[in-house]
Design a protein around this ligand. Structure first.
Ligand SMILES: Cc1ncc(COP(=O)(O)O)c(C=O)c1O
Length: 384
């Protein structure tokens, strides 16, 4: 008997719908997975190529200039000045960090790991890999009166959220941090969609847009933390902002003491980011123009797809940021997946992201312009 239970890998259950969608004349429009489809920008390819001669082992901790580049990026893009570069480690994409963080923090049986009720499945997986207890929880009040055995050791936030696209504001983050400090809880925020925030700063949705950083508020923002990063971690990835998912380029940053203890385990376990990828990470964090171009491209696709999905009869909830339209027809998500597959459009059922997502589907913006246009035409031609 295995001692560990992992959930079934859900994507296998989409296979029949993929077949159905592929049989539609004109071919499938696959909007089920958030994998970038556009080219990796030249500036990053160049950085990778230039570092191709790499006979020695790379540093698990990353080079000092990589850690400095992360600190500077936080100051420039996220409104987080003064991040201590000692509190940064490159990771092999964010997914491995999410999957192994509870283990790296030495959590285990009896320890609770909290994460959003509708969420990227790897938070749950990470708790299970450590032998800890996964706990989907939305509001802190849902935890009830806390005792040492019911207090989470680690709480995951995901802002902007996958699949919902929900952005957590400064006040929300601040409340979570204050609560976590009171109860000795480590908070880790997964912010890999932070550069893809669609809220228009000029429409009044952000009061003082000139004073705001250009991205989603970070857990490490001084307005959230009062300046101390103790007990706080943020993970970030270049997969989405830089079309770099194939490189596996990401990092975790925050409390230097926590980062040091994570680093010790990573050194023993061989969690090293390849040297050419470390160089690409530095290049990608130091140049903003390619990120703006990628954001513009997704914004244009979103401007076509969102009204088309709505006119077809889906309600789009949250989705203020990120690469998805979190959409509902008020019916079981698999029914919507089937109806869209009949149009040749493949989307992910909300049920993949927790029981609370059972009436939603996740429609990704990660199609080429041609495929997004095909989806829009098909939706318009086939009112639900
Ligand atoms: C919320 C969230 N976290 C982490 C990841 C993993 O990103 P990567 O491993 O490519 O850095 C994803 C990928 O889709 C995601 O949606």
């Amino acid at each position: 008997m295995p001692r560990r239970t992992l959930p079934d890998f859900p994507w296998d259950s989409l296979a029949p719908y993929r077949e159905r969608a592929s049989a539609v004349p004109g071919g499938i429009v696959d909007l089920s997975i958030g994998t970038p489809v556009d080219s990796t920008p030249a500036v990053l390819q160049e950085a990778l190529r230039e570092a191709a001669d790499a006979p020695g082992y790379p540093q698990t901790y990353g080079t000092p200039d990589l850690r400095d580049a992360v600190a500077y990026w936080f100051a420039r893009r996220r409104g987080v000045p003064g991040l201590d570069p000692a509190g940064v480690i490159p990771t092999i994409g964010s997914k491995e960090l999410v999957a192994w963080l509870p283990t790296l923090l030495d959590l285990g049986p009896g320890d609770i790991v909290g994460f959003p009720r509708v969420a990227y499945p790897t938070y749950d997986v990470g708790a299970r890999l450590a032998g800890a207890t996964p706990l989907p929880v939305d509001a802190l009040t849902a935890l009830g009166p806390l005792t040492p055995s019911t207090t989470p050791k680690l709480l995951w936030l995901n802002t902007p959220g996958n699949p919902t696209g929900k952005v957590l504001g400064v006040e929300h983050l601040r409340k979570v941090v204050q609560w976590a400090r009171q109860h000795g809880v480590i908070v880790a925020s997964d912010e890999c969609y932070a550069e893809l925030d669609w809220r228009d700063r000029r429409d009044g949705s952000i009061a003082d847009w000139a004073a705001e950083p250009p991205t989603t508020p970070s857990l490490l923002d001084p307005r959230v933390t009062d300046g101390s990063h103790e007990g706080l971690l943020v993970c970030y990835s270049l997969s989405k902002q830089s079309n770099l998912a194939g490189y596996r380029a990401a990092f975790v940053a925050g409390d230097p003491a926590l980062v040091k203890s994570i680093l010790e385990v990573r050194k023993h376990a061989g969690f090293m980011v390849p040297w050419p990828v470390q160089r690409a990470l530095v290049a990608g964090l130091s140049e903003d123009a390619h990120v703006a171009a990628i954001k513009d491209r997704y914004a244009a696709r979103r401007a076509l797809l969102k009204p088309a999905v709505e006119a077809w009869g889906l309600r789009v909830d949250d989705s203020q940021a990120g690469l998805y339209l979190w959409s509902s027809a008020g019916e079981d998500s698999w029914t919507t997946v089937g109806r869209l597959a009949d149009l040749g459009i493949l989307v992910a059922p909300g049920a993949f992201y927790g029981a609370a997502g059972a009436q939603h589907v996740r429609v990704a913006l990660t199609g080429t312009d041609e495929r997004i246009a095909a989806a829009v035409t098909r939706l318009a031609a086939s009112p639900a």
